[in-house]
Design a protein around this ligand. Structure first.
Ligand SMILES: Nc1nc2c(ncn2[C@@H]2O[C@H](COP(=O)(O)OP(=O)(O)O)[C@@H](O)[C@H]2O)c(=O)[nH]1
Ligand SMILES: [Mg+2]
Ligand SMILES: [Zn+2]
Length: 492
């Protein structure tokens, strides 16, 4: 995606007109505009011919086009959202949620994570797990008059709690209501983690909403912890004033030039992160999952690269490790003559020559070199256009030579992905149109990734992300030698 490109200095950001009291909407829209994945999804949206003017994605597209060039107006958006009175202040978080629901998952997926809500019976230990998608996490503020500690509050959110006896749940195993423990865990971390501070709470004595104006130092990053990847702050929606009135603005760090800006309706000014220290204004915070590199992945792993000559194995190895560790030159000759193992950070890559060009005894020798400890993941590298019957044969021969524990964790890396554009076909169509390829992809549990080194895109983080998902911590630390069946069976 284009946001990984180098910083641009010449970018200029534009404001949004306030229609009356629509600062809550402006604050949200600027955050969405400054989230590259969301912006790209909106820009690439193709509105169906019969779609009406009330289509929100279409309106966002028009707005973003305008906003890239000059200050913009939000009339189309308020209409499409069914906002009747533009003079009535609304809640920014509520509108963040409304907009994401309305645009559909293609555009909103960058904000989506999965949460498990777990209830456990205290008697028999029976657990019920319910998985839900979330687009923000609501953090309570119960610190009295002290300064608010957001990280502590985030920890509290995931703490286990025992229910009061009145709330105990019926356990199917025990066939009665039993002591119940509940908690939540994040099962899939979102690319953008949106945290919403519960500043507004209903006061039953006064019978009205009260605002908690406690101060906090907004953490600029959430460090890596247990299973949680590191997150870096890039947007803060501020609210100043009381419940029904007040004013919203947004502080955003540009992904294009790294500079912090304050977006306040029409006005856009440069600011710095110091405005986020000891402030009583922050209401919603957006954190971006930091790009993965071999040093910060959740747990160590070993990756074996295989495939035909000049498929791009060494190239893929270098992409994963983020440097030029394996030799790969242009020309027709194979440059990798024997296997090489390289470790950077927590990642070990085993690069191989074309194993299928070797005679059996050399093959066994090469594989033995790599088998103890064996790989956690095997990547079958192949240029997209060159997938042939012969390659399918080689794939299956390879699978047969190894034990199934090893081959359960294979993924295909298609190199020269650019050629898909020439075929004018999306990858899933390309695969389903080639029956043989389809079979191989299925053998890899439908895991594949398309790359191309010529498109200037940085694939390191996304490859590491996919690879990390394939291996659990337990698997990564249990060192299993790769079983070579050919050592046992003479027939291979
Ligand atoms: N255009 C293009 N060239 C690639 C791609 N991947 C690898 N290559 C080139 O293909 C050649 C062979 O790559 P190499 O990694 O040495 O292949 P190996 O023999 O499998 O290790 C090199 O010149 C690479 O630069 C790709 O995605 N697109
Ligand atoms: Mg090579
Ligand atoms: Zn029970």
């Amino acid at each position: 995606m284009s946001f990984i490109k180098g910083f641009r200095n010449e970018v200029q950001y534009n404001g949004l007109k306030n229609q009356g009291a629509t600062c809550y909407l402006n604050a949200v829209l600027q955050c969405l505009f400054m989230t590259p994945e969301f912006r790209e999804a909106v820009e690439s949206y193709e509105a169906p011919g019969d779609c009406g003017e009330e289509n929100l994605l279409l309106q966002l597209q028009k707005l973003f086009t305008q906003l890239s060039e000059k200050a913009a107006t939000t009339g189309g958006i308020t209409k499409s959202l069914g906002i009747r009175s533009v003079f009535e202040q609304q809640d920014a978080v509520e509108y963040y949620r409304k907009i994401l629901k309305a645009v559909g998952t293609h555009a909103s997926k960058v904000f989506e994570g999965k949460m498990n809500n777990i209830t456990k019976c205290g008697t028999c230990g029976n657990k019920i797990i319910e998985t839900n998608t979330f687009i923000s996490i609501l953090l309570s503020i119960d610190n009295g008059n002290d300064k608010y500690d957001m990280e502590k509050s985030l920890k509290t959110f995931f703490e286990h709690s025992k229910l009061e006896e009145d709330d105990w749940m019926y356990c199917e195993g025990c066939e009665r209501k039993t002591e119940t423990e509940t908690w939540s865990e994040i099962y899939e971390y979102p690319t953008v983690l949106a945290l919403h501070l519960k500043r507004f709470d209903f006061d039953y004595i006064q019978m009205r909403y009260e605002k908690n104006e406690c101060r906090l130092d907004v953490p600029l990053s959430l460090p890596e912890e247990d299973n949680r990847p590191r997150y870096d702050l890039y947007a803060v929606i501020n609210h100043k004033g009381g419940y029904s009135g007040g004013h919203y603005d947004t502080i955003i760090r540009s992904y294009e030039n790294g500079i912090w800006y304050r977006f306040d309706d029409y006005s856009v000014t440069q600011t710095s992160e110091s405005s986020l220290e000891n402030s009583s204004l922050p209401y919603m915070l957006m954190y971006r999952k930091s790009a993965l590199n071999p040093g910060n992945i959740p747990h160590p792993m070993r990756i074996l690269l295989i495939g035909p000559s000049r498929a791009g194995k060494s190239t893929v190895g270098n992409i994963i490790l983020g440097g030029n560790y394996f030799l790969c030159k242009s020309g027709s000759e194979t440059v990798t003559k024997s296997s090489m193992v390289k470790t950077v950070g927590k990642v070990t890559v085993m690069d191989t020559p074309n194993l299928f060009s070797l005679n059996k005894s050399s093959w066994v020798k090469e594989m033995q070199k790599l088998s103890d400890p064996g790989p956690n993941v095997i990547l079958w590298v192949t240029p997209i256009s060159k997938f042939s019957e012969q390659q399918q044969g080689l794939f299956h021969t390879f699978k047969k030579r190894l034990d199934s524990r090893t081959t359960k964790r294979m993924m295909i890396i298609f190199t020269n992905g650019r050629q898909l554009k020439e075929f004018v076909q999306p990858i899933d169509r390309f695969i389903s149109d080639h029956r043989k390829l389809c079979k191989v992809v299925r053998c890899c549990q439908n895991r594949y990734h398309v790359i191309d080194i010529t498109d200037g895109h940085n694939y390191t983080s996304e490859l590491l992300e996919k690879l990390s998902e394939m291996v659990t911590l337990k698997e990564a630390t249990a060192i299993t030698p790769m079983q070579l069946k050919c050592l046992r069976k003479r027939s291979l």
